[in-house]
Structures are given as structure tokens and as C-alpha cells.
Design a binder for this molecule. Structure first.
Ligand SMILES: C[S@@+](CC[C@H](N)C(=O)[O-])C[C@H]1O[C@@H](n2cnc3c(N)ncnc32)[C@H](O)[C@@H]1O
Length: 402
């Protein structure tokens, strides 16, 4: 029998087997369990629970029937309040340990704990759809996902109409409950369009990167701004938290600023502030997203935002203007060395760093700390019941006293 001592940063319980640290998902501090080791490394083990002897009084019953096998969520055995406290503590601990930052941050909660995701991705094997279990290729078939929006859940029960035996389907839903269905498969498929279009608003179906039915994009809306989003362009998965993110960025950009929006996707964050700024430049690596961003300036009547296609690190030198504020919203890997060098030499007064990975955020803040001080960190619960947490950090250039 093993006792869980505390949680790690991924929300897994920690116990020790012959003094070796062992991570056990779906456990809470003080719980007593039997475990089976599923991965043995030189410095740690990963294990699963085979029997619970004692439950924590903080444990709640998961509302998802697939939770034990699925691995898509990490924290469904906690109350929402406890997940929020866990994420706040996690972010504070990581920032302290890896960036030397002592901060008590505010966390913005989601407006609803479940059914918030506007996009899910399912694997189809032998005509059955579902998720892969944890980091494995073990397939768990599902008939619904507690985190997905209601319209996506309705569609899940009609995936058989797509006629896929083996492949992948990505279901995206917009503010108006229009669906964009993206399919990757080697099967020759014959989709039952008549059935689907009578039952759902289908913005489009894309098969193997080609338009199959209607459009290969849809229009999203956040804070009354419209965004064309192609099937392969990124969009924030949680519309409510995205709207809060827009507000926070707006509060931190000054009138008349020249703004750089790095990793700009379909132009969301820059277009959100464009009207109060002098100029916005965006850089993004997905071609369709850049085309979307230019289109999105027009539908939002913005005439001072310009978008460049390219890798940020390799393209950033093309911007010759004197930048006041730099918004960065990189993928989980964070900023590369060239981008950090550029920022450190840019003279920009403010950096607004949107991050979905506190480890790379902490690393990058530290590497910017010769020039920039952190003014405020706010966490946003973009991904309720997963261990992940979005954050926005405002850094200001230190005033030099010569
Ligand atoms: C977290 S998303 C943010 C997008 C946008 N800011 C938004 O809020 O919708 C990161 C974006 O960076 C893009 N990206 C990833 N690596 C990149 C790179 N090295 N250079 C430019 N863009 C990159 C991705 O395609 C994606 O659109």
C-alpha cells in the first residue's frame, strides 16, 4: 500500500517506491492505494492505481464515464474550486522556481466548467471513434466528451455518416453553432451529406486538405469582432476565456502604440487592439492563417494592420518600425533565441506574453529580465479539468538611469 504525499505540476499524485519518485494519476494527497508500475525509468516511475484503500475527503465523483481510461482530462476527480487552486499554485511555484519571481497571481475562472471546447480531435479505428488513452496508442471509443460544446456532442453520435473506417476527424464549432468538419483518411468515403445538412449547420467539410462540401473555413466571433478561420488555422478553444484575454490585452495597449503581434494566427489579438493603435504588424507561419488575418482586417474595418508570413525568429528582422508594444502568443515551446534577442534589443516599452506553458514562460521571462520587469501575471482557466493553464504576463522595460 502506498500513500500519496502531494501533487506534481501535472496534477498526478506523488508516492515513493523503494525511495524512487512515482507518479500516479487520479490520486489526491493523503489517499492510500495499491499501484501497478506502467513505466520504469532510472529516476522515476509512472504507475496506475489498482485499488483504493482510503479516499481523500476532497475527492469528487468524475462526471465523465470515460475518465479512468481516456486520459484527455487530468483533474475530473477534483472540485472546480480545487482545480483553480491547484493551477494558481502550480503557476506561482513554476515562476518562483524557474524565473525567481515571487508573485501572487489572479486567476480568471471559466464561466462554466464543462462543454466549453469548440474543437475536438477524434481517432477512428475499425469504424469506432474516440481518443487515445494518455500517451499511448490504446484506443478508447466514446459517444460524447464532457469538455466539448453541446453541438459537437450532438455531432459525435453521427460520425458514422462520415463513412470512415480508419482515420481522424476534427470537429470545430463556431459561435453560431456552425460546424467545420476536417477529415484525414486513406479510405474512399461517401459522406451522407443530405442527412448531415438537414440536421446541422455545416459550414464545410474538408477531406485530406481538400474542400469536400461547402467551405473550408468558418467565421468566429469574439467581443463582436469577426474572424475568418480556415480549417488549418489556429483559434482559441474556449470562446469565453478568449474574450477575457482580449479585454486584458486591450487594457494593456496604449493609444497610438505601434504594436507587434507575434504568432498572430488569424490576427485575433492584434485586430482586437488595432483601432486604438497607430499600426499593428503580425507574423505567423501558417499561410492560410495569414491570408485569414488580412481578410479579418477588412471585415473588422481595420486599415492599419499588416501580416507577414514566416517563422517569427527568421522574419522578425524585416520589421523596421520602432515598436512600442510586443504581443507574443507562442506555441508550447515558447520563444526561440533569435526572437528573445530581437525583443531585448527592440526598445519596446511593453511585452504582453500570452502563454499556454508556464515552464517555457518562466524560462523566457528570465532571459528577458535584463531589460524587462514583470508587472503582472494573470492566469486564465482556458482548459478546465486539464492540468493546463493559460496566462498573460505584462513586462515593462526597465528605465535606465545613466
Ligand atoms: C497559440 S497560437 C496563437 C494564435 C493567435 N495569437 C490567437 O490568439 O489566435 C500560436 C500560433 O503560432 C503559430 N506558430 C507556431 N510556430 C511559429 C513560428 N515559429 N513562427 C510563426 N508562427 C508560428 C501557429 O501556427 C499558431 O497560429
Amino acid at each position: 500500500m502506498y500513500k500519496i504525499e502531494k501533487l506534481d505540476n501535472q496534477g498526478r499524485g506523488i508516492t515513493y517506491v523503494n525511495n524512487k519518485i512515482t507518479f500516479v494519476p487520479n490520486t489526491l494527497p493523503s489517499e492510500e492505494v495499491d499501484i501497478k508500475i506502467v513505466l520504469e525509468k532510472s529516476k522515476y516511475n509512472e504507475a496506475v492505481v489498482t485499488k483504493y484503500y482510503k479516499y481523500s475527503d476532497r475527492r469528487v465523483e468524475s462526471k465523465c464515464p470515460y475518465y479512468k481510461e481516456c486520459g484527455g482530462c487530468d483533474l475530473l476527480h477534483m472540485s472546480y474550486e480545487d482545480t483553480i487552486n491547484f493551477k494558481k499554485q502550480k503557476l506561482e511555484d513554476i515562476l518562483k522556481k524557474y524565473a525567481g519571481l515571487d508573485t501572487e497571481l489572479e486567476i480568471i475562472e471559466n464561466n462554466k466548467p464543462y462543454n466549453y471546447r469548440n474543437k475536438i480531435s477524434l481517432k477512428i479505428i475499425d469504424g469506432k471513434w474516440g481518443y487515445y488513452k494518455g500517451n499511448t496508442h490504446e484506443h478508447i471509443s466514446i459517444n460524447g466528451c464532457l469538455l466539448a460544446e453541446d453541438n459537437i456532442n450532438a455531432f459525435i453520435n453521427d460520425i458514422d455518416k462520415l463513412d470512415i473506417n480508419k482515420g481522424e476527424v476534427i470537429i470545430r464549432n463556431n459561435y453560431n453553432n456552425e460546424l467545420l468538419i476536417i477529415i484525414n483518411t486513406k479510405d474512399k468515403i461517401n459522406i451522407n451529406i443530405d442527412y448531415l445538412k438537414n440536421k446541422y449547420k455545416i459550414a464545410g467539410i474538408v477531406v485530406n486538405n481538400k474542400k469536400y462540401y461547402n467551405d473550408d473555413f468558418f467565421i468566429e466571433m469574439i467581443n463582436k469582432k469577426l474572424f475568418k478561420v480556415s480549417y488549418d488555422s489556429f483559434f482559441q478553444v474556449n470562446r469565453y476565456i478568449c474574450s477575457k484575454l482580449f479585454d486584458l490585452i486591450n487594457d494593456n495597449v496604449n493609444e497610438g502604440d505601434i504594436v507587434l503581434d507575434l504568432y498572430s494566427g488569424v490576427g485575433t489579438l492584434g485586430i482586437n487592439v488595432a483601432k486604438k493603435t497607430k499600426k499593428v504588424y503580425g507574423i505567423e507561419t501558417v499561410k492560410n492563417a495569414v491570408i485569414n488575418a488580412s481578410y479579418n482586417t477588412k471585415i473588422n474595418k481595420v486599415d492599419n494592420a499588416y501580416y507577414l508570413l514566416g517563422d517569427v525568429g527568421k522574419t522578425i528582422d524585416k520589421i523596421n518600425d520602432k515598436i512600442d508594444t510586443i504581443i507574443v502568443d507562442p506555441p508550447r515551446a515558447g520563444l526561440d533565441k533569435k526572437t528573445k534577442e530581437y525583443i531585448n534589443n527592440s526598445g519596446a516599452k511593453k511585452i504582453i506574453y500570452v502563454s499556454c506553458n508556464p515552464m517555457t514562460l518562466a524560462r523566457d521571462i528570465k532571459e528577458l529580465s535584463n531589460q524587462y520587469d514583470v508587472k503582472k501575471v494573470t492566469a486564465l482557466d482556458m482548459f478546465p479539468y486539464s492540468e493546463h493553464c493559460e496566462s498573460i504576463t505584462v513586462l515593462e522595460r526597465r528605465r535606465r538611469i545613466w
